[in-house]
Write a protein of this length. Structure first.
Length: 403
């Protein structure tokens, strides 16, 4: 069956590149993917899938019945949104929308999802079970997965697969990661409230700027001495506002930042830890404070058995040289984790890097992909989907999880 899948995907390669270039030329921002969704629905409909539009506000769901003899339902999720970035690639099919660009590879993700649907639809009665394709909006603002789940896309789902491009991995190679793949990402706001006064008489005031600087410094220093170094935390204050004039002591400073962590226990304890630090600095100097800690998306934790399934399929398709075991998780965030609260799943990395020239990182205005990677992604996803129903027991015991 793998050879058949590869043959079908190879025959579709020109069409897949055409789809990807169309999507790349017509990027849409998070929550505004109306034309993209209509295009996706049209392709899925032409493959004979049943379609639901307007799911998760502007998402699309396509379902392929297969034989439906196996009650397990597999979901495949891909995201569709672009970024507010002005493209600087000079490609013939570069973005036609000023200030909008597929700089994170979601055009490739959508194409891989569509290509997988096209391949699996041609297997007909050979497909043992049902596949539900989730084309999600608004991943870049970490909202779309929640919208989709609220609309019931995970009802009845027993497993879910996803993919994300990676320019540091060469095209033709699949990146595999067991366990934590991405970080939990939370939003932090701290307001320091002091007392205003003349800049020449600081002893008569409570300097909110100086106290805020102590808060920032202490938070960074305390991370290295109060948290387990094997459970990393990144706390970044990215915005500071406060003060009214050079010679006036500020009475109010507002800090905004992001907090990243990999382990659920660490994430749970962070709000209490942050408040203890802030209170210990503000109180001796007579300042007041307010803290807003908003939970974002949790860490993506790849399921052992499904990750091993993808690794086994990738090795069969591309050889051991076509697999890269990812040793370290990313502290970036992915709202694919929302789906994993409803069913086990795994996300693999799709290498899109060129081997003979510079590769720009994700979110860069000159980011490009080696389009040969599209077929690699489609074959891997389609073969993993087909093999999903061939195994009835966990494929990998926890004891053999790579270190």
């Amino acid at each position: 069956m793998l050879s058949r899948i590869k043959d079908i995907a190879a025959s579709l390669a020109p069409r897949l590149i055409e789809i990807r270039r169309h999507l790349h030329s017509h990027p849409e921002l998070s929550g505004q993917e109306y034309q993209t969704a209509a295009y996706v629905a049209g392709v899925l409909s032409s493959c004979g899938l049943s379609i639901r539009e307007g799911v998760g506000k502007v998402g699309v769901v396509g379902e392929l019945a297969g034989q439906a003899k196996d009650p397990r339902l597999l979901a495949i999720r891909t995201d569709m949104d672009a970024l507010p970035i002005q493209e600087r690639t000079a490609l013939e099919f570069a973005s036609r929308q000023t200030g909008k660009m597929h700089a994170c590879g979601h055009d490739v993700h959508t194409t891989v999802g569509l290509g997988t649907a096209m391949v699996l639809s041609q297997l007909g009665e050979a497909l043992p079970g049902r596949v539900r394709f989730l084309f999600q909006p608004a991943e870049e603002i970490a909202q779309g997965a929640g919208w989709m789940v609220q609309d019931g896309v995970m009802d009845g789902v027993s497993g879910i697969l996803s993919v994300h491009v990676f320019p540091s991995i060469p095209a033709g190679v699949i990146g595999i990661r067991y366990g934590a793949l991405t970080a939990a990402a939370d939003d932090l706001e701290i307001t320091i409230m002091g007392e205003s006064g003349h800049g020449a008489r600081p002893h008569e005031a409570v300097d909110a700027i100086w106290i805020a600087s102590q808060v920032i410094t202490t938070l960074q220093q305390a991370i290295s001495r109060t948290h387990n170094p094997l459970r990393p935390v990144v706390l970044t204050i990215g915005q500071i506002t406060g003060g009214r004039a050079p010679n006036v002591i500020a009475d109010r400073v507002h800090l905004q930042g992001t907090v990243r962590s990999l382990h659920p226990e660490t994430s749970r304890d962070l709000p209490r830890w942050i408040e203890q630090i802030v209170a210990s600095i503000c109180q001796p100097y007579g300042a007041q404070y307010e803290i807003s800690y908003r939970r974002g998306v949790p860490s993506v934790q790849n399921d052992i058995a499904l990750t091993q399934l993808v690794e086994r399929v990738a090795e069969a398709a591309w050889g051991r040289e076509g697999i890269q075991i990812i040793d370290e998780p990313s502290l970036g965030a992915e709202d694919f984790s929302i789906y994993l609260q409803a069913a086990p799943g795994t996300m693999f990395r799709l290498g899109v890097g060129f081997r003979d020239r510079r590769n720009f990182p994700l979110h860069h205005p000159q980011f490009e992909v080696d389009e040969t990677a599209i077929v690699t992604g489609v074959v891997t996803m389609a073969a993993a989907a087909y093999q999903y129903w061939q195994q009835s027991q966990p494929l990998l015991k926890a004891a053999s999880l790579p270190a």
